[in-house]
Design a binder for this molecule. Structure first.
Ligand SMILES: Cc1ncc(COP(=O)(O)O)c(C=O)c1O
Length: 449
């Protein structure tokens, strides 16, 4: 049998044929048997083809922090599409790209002032890793080539990101990955940390593992350390108290570039513009994506400290300083969406709102403690991770059933990471909707059993 035998092509493709689309990070056969389709959205809700309103417990995919289809963002995209559809960012530029970069730099702490644009979190991660390597090179420290990530880390799906990432399923099918990568241990320990609101007391000492790695390889070979300030995709793991501060101190001691991957923690998720501000730690590079446009147009980027940018600004002025970039870096539609989104965050004080709501959010999440199969609940900012006991011999099945039941029976979108339920609604969520989210999740957990 050849591949062509499997599925004869129809003369005219059926508009409702589900077969051609190979869905990302989705069990395709199960999905196509019982699809979860969404046709429209507004504010806190998605709508299905049959008109059901589904409460968005996940800000889409950690991105629609301002809520869905907000009028100012939609209008800004429409206006931009009429005015300038595309302009190259190599050797040319359009004004909104500078305006957005300045606005993002103003939100970032300290001297994180230089913004390099890309289109996805994965690209932002690869960009940050490349900037770190090149930075050492241009300063004459080209022996610094090693990259240090962390177990259970998620940094997207580029080869750089999966190499420094620590989620086994995302790595094991893809060969040897980048050479010269090492990993810090994950910061999670259920015995020590279960049912903690915010940053756990236990675990700050795990940052000392970086000293062990430096001792093993020698600082002169290490370029960068990359961590998510709060590990999101692995199930919401807030950083232990003092952990990030220790990483910063060790990196300073050894001249290592510290990268915070803020693709999901940026733009208000933890009650601040960036997690770096919440934790009072200034990394050398921050990656961002998702919330910068509230998910409305793909956009991402890297924010660099002044000293890093300055290190590249040398040599003849007609020569490109960093041989890196994307056709759609600083795309006009994305810049317009980004500016309108930042206006909304400012005008509606959405980061402050997230900060103020955090205690209520955490209490509501913890109300599920004691339900059958709930092993742990973690919260930080407007995020929650709820670990469910895996079914014997079928890891991830209970989580999958939970997600399906929430969507079809409770009109709620939740995200799952294996048997962990993840919740992170848009930051416009009301107190009443917070109650609704956890009531629904509680009913689903009981029903799935
Ligand atoms: C911390 C982190 N980095 C990178 C990424 C990758 O982003 P993208 O899917 O836009 O490539 C994600 C996505 O969730 C993320 O959570």
């Amino acid at each position: 049998m050849t591949i062509a035998d499997v599925r004869p092509k129809p003369a005219v493709p059926a508009p409702n044929d589900l077969e051609s689309f190979w869905l990302p990070f989705t069990p395709n056969r199960a999905f196509k048997r019982a699809p979860r389709l969404i046709v429209r959205a507004k504010d806190m809700h998605y709508y299905t083809p049959d008109g059901r309103a589904v409460l968005d417990g996940t800000a889409g995919l950690w991105c629609t922090n301002a809520g869905h289809n907000r009028d100012p963002i939609v209008a800004a995209i429409q206006r931009q599409a009429e005015e300038l559809d595309y302009a190259p960012a190599f050797q040319f530029a359009h004004p909104k790209s500078f305006e957005l970069a300045s606005r993002i730099a103003a939100l970032a702490p300290g001297d994180l002032d230089r913004v390099f644009f890309c289109n996805s979190g994965s690209e932002a991660v690869d960009t940050a890793l490349k900037i770190a390597l090149a930075y050492h090179n241009v300063r004459g420290e080209g022996s610094r080539t090693r990259l240090i990530g962390r177990e259970r880390g998620y940094h997207g799906v580029g080869f750089g990101g999966i190499s420094v990432g620590g989620i086994v399923a995302n790595r094991k099918l893809f060969g040897t990955l980048l050479a010269g990568v090492d990993h810090l241990p994950a910061t999670y320990n259920r015995e020590q940390q279960a049912f903690t609101k915010g940053e756990p007391d236990w675990g700050g000492h795990l940052a000392d593992e970086l000293e062990r790695i430096v001792a093993l390889h020698d600082a002169s070979t290490i370029a960068a350390v990359i961590v998510e300030p709060m590990a999101g995709s692995t199930g919401v793991l807030p950083p232990p108290k003092g952990y990030l501060q220790k990483l910063r101190a060790i990196c300073d001691r050894h001249g290592i570039v510290l990268i915070f991957d803020e693709v999901i923690t940026g733009f208000g998720r933890l009650g601040y513009a960036f997690a770096a501000e919440r934790y009072g730690v200034i990394p050398d590079l921050i990656t961002f994506a998702k919330g910068v446009t509230s998910g409305a147009v793909p956009m991402a980027g890297v924010i660099a400290r002044d000293g890093i940018y300055a290190a590249f600004m040398r040599g003849p002025e007609h020569v490109v300083e960093l041989f890196h970039g994307y056709t759609y870096s600083a795309h006009p539609l994305a810049c317009a969406a980004g500016l309108a989104t930042l206006d909304l965050y400012r005008d509606e004080k959405l980061f402050e709102r997230a900060h103020a709501l955090e205690p209520k959010w955490a209490d509501a999440a913890m109300s599920l403690k004691g339900l059958p199969g709930v092993l742990d609940i973690r919260t930080v900012g407007i995020t929650a991770g709820i670990d469910l006991a895996p079914r014997a011999g079928a890891s991830g099945l209970r989580g999958y059933e939970t997600m399906e039941r929430a969507f079809h029976h409770e009109n709620l979108m939740v995200r799952i990471a294996g048997d962990t339920i993840e919740l992170m609604p848009p930051l416009i969520v009301s107190e009443q909707q917070i109650g609704e989210i956890f009531d629904k999740v509680g009913r689903v957990i009981r029903a799935v059993g």
